[in-house]
Design a protein around this ligand. Structure first.
Ligand SMILES: NC(=O)c1ccc[n+]([C@@H]2O[C@H](COP(=O)([O-])OP(=O)(O)OC[C@H]3O[C@@H](n4cnc5c(N)ncnc54)[C@H](O)[C@@H]3O)[C@@H](O)[C@H]2O)c1
Length: 252
């Protein structure tokens, strides 16, 4: 099979905007059927189904599985992208509910959704988690997010080992700072947008932000059969940020 003959059935969580949207668009443009699962309404794509739901809800996960079974009778690619990024705070001041929400959405939901999907994924299928450079290194005053993403990095390894006997692969990408709508808005709303953007850019050896499409290309690569011998890895897609101990973990 060549890449152009590959028309997988794909579930992308958090597909209404940002990186998830770019991933869904890329797969759709390349002939995939895509289920877009998001808390918010997702604009339709060719051959797509949009579902509103919360990945941390058992009921909503079951509903997604039911839709996939009814419409496609199986799934080839699961992209766990949805995340809760609202629980900022240090060890001493993060609120407990925020900590729990970060773990529920960023770590437990990818595990539980994967477990629900695996029975309908044939050999050769792939799971791709969206982790973060903050799952590889910590950032000050972001204890919930960094811990949840680090958990996702090792969940990737555990799942790869457990699912290899079924012929399934499991990998993750760890983006640096990505020029999503929300990130660009927060830059604009900062006191000094030009300086804030430059600070973000300077975290990366390439001295710029990633475009969402650049993350989507890495996700596509880890899902497509061309990467058939890669499993259990977290691929930094970070413009060289984690190549240097000087950049990794430097506060923005
Ligand atoms: N933007 C960055 O710079 C960056 C960097 C590293 C990693 N990431 C990771 O990439 C992923 C996407 O981030 P983004 O910046 O595109 O985010 P975003 O906030 O722009 O989009 C996230 C989408 O997920 C949806 N979502 C959130 N919680 C959900 C839930 N419980 N159930 C269903 N949908 C839910 C939101 O409605 C939204 O549409 C996340 O896992 C994030 O941690 C982002």
């Amino acid at each position: 099979m060549t890449t152009t003959d590959w028309t997988p059935r794909v579930l992308v969580t958090g597909a209404a905007q940002g990186i998830g949207r770019a991933v869904a668009e890329l797969f759709s443009e390349r002939g995939a059927r895509v289920l877009l699962l998001d808390l918010n309404e997702s604009a339709p794509l060719t051959n797509s189904i949009a579902m509103r739901g919360d990945v941390s809800s058992a009921e909503d996960r079951a509903r997604a599985v039911q839709i996939i079974q009814n419409e496609w009778q199986g799934l080839d690619v699961l992209v766990n992208n949805a995340a809760y990024q609202g629980a900022t705070g240090s060890l001493l001041d993060v609120d407990e509910a925020g900590w729990q929400r970060a773990l529920d959405v960023n770590l437990s939901a990818p595990m539980l959704l994967s477990r629900a999907c695996v029975p309908m994924m044939p050999p050769g299928s792939a799971v791709v988690h969206i982790a973060s450079v903050q799952g590889l290194f910590a950032e000050q005053s972001n204890v919930a997010y960094t811990a949840s993403k680090a958990g996702l990095v090792n969940l990737t390894r555990s799942m790869a080992l457990d699912l290899a006997p079924r012929g399934l692969r499991v990998n993750a990408v760890a983006p640096g700072a990505v020029a999503t709508e929300d990130l660009l808005r927060s830059v604009q709303q900062s006191e000094n947008p030009i300086q804030t953007r430059a600070d973000y850019e300077d975290l990366h050896a390439l001295r710029r932000l990633a475009q969402p499409r650049e993350i989507a290309e890495a996700v596509y690569f880890l899902a497509v059969p061309a990467s058939s011998f890669i499993t259990g890895v977290t691929l930094p897609v970070d413009g060289g940020m984690t190549a240097s101990f000087m950049m990794a973990g430097r506060p923005v």
